[in-house]
Design a protein around this ligand. Sequence first.
Ligand SMILES: CC(C)(COP(=O)(O)OP(=O)(O)OC[C@H]1O[C@@H](n2cnc3c(N)ncnc32)[C@H](O)[C@@H]1OP(=O)(O)O)[C@@H](O)C(=O)NCCC(=O)NCCS
Length: 196
Amino acid sequence: MRLGSADVVSWQTSGVDEHGGLVIRQHCDPAQVSAKLRLELIDCWIQVSNAGGAVGFPFPPVNSQIVSPVADELIGGLVPACSRLLAASAGSALAGWVHLQRDPNPLIAHWGVISRLQTLPSFRGKGIGGALMMYARQVAREEMGLEQLRLAVRGGTGLESFYTRLGWTVTGRWPGALRLAPGDDRDEILMILTPL
Ligand SMILES: CC(C)(COP(=O)(O)OP(=O)(O)OC[C@H]1O[C@@H](n2cnc3c(N)ncnc32)[C@H](O)[C@@H]1OP(=O)(O)O)[C@@H](O)C(=O)NCCC(=O)NCCS
């Protein structure tokens, strides 16, 4: 299947909703992000961060004042070659999202980075996180021409097993790189997916 900007992929996912399951849309341009989606994305980011998720705000609680400018920077930087937002909806509500990026520098333009993967706590365990990751892999390979994907996991979360089940491998770690609080240093675990 060939997917272009803002194309939609959908499939039945039992338990997501009773009418048709999950839809994932990709957004490659700021103009493709509606005001409603922007607000839902910010709300999701706040909820997930405040529930302890490792999505870029390591010192909760956070609120709209803190998250909105970061979300606007992400949305404002969307561009097909280098920065895509993949958003999963169940019914009319945002259920989760992920950011897929590459650096245009030709030295490193053959690989990309996955970040901010998150699903709302009320939508967890229904396959949405895995579906976002599989769709990101497809977009990375078929549309962005990438050969590798990378991500970093906060040590102590156990998330390596989630990614390992999706084909990723641990390639290294930065010991004690993340200081969540005095006396609570965590490794940053480096993971890779290749070939795509
Ligand atoms: C990680 C996350 C995106 C998974 O979303 P999801 O929609 O529940 O994902 P899926 O339904 O596809 O997969 C759920 C599976 O992952 C497993 N999983 C989720 N979090 C896990 C964790 N911290 N450690 C180990 N396994 C985990 C679940 O146990 C479940 O396993 P099961 O299928 O055997 O029941 C979601 O838990 C989340 O938003 N977490 C907070 C944000 C975060 O930390 N993101 C990671 C950034 S690196």
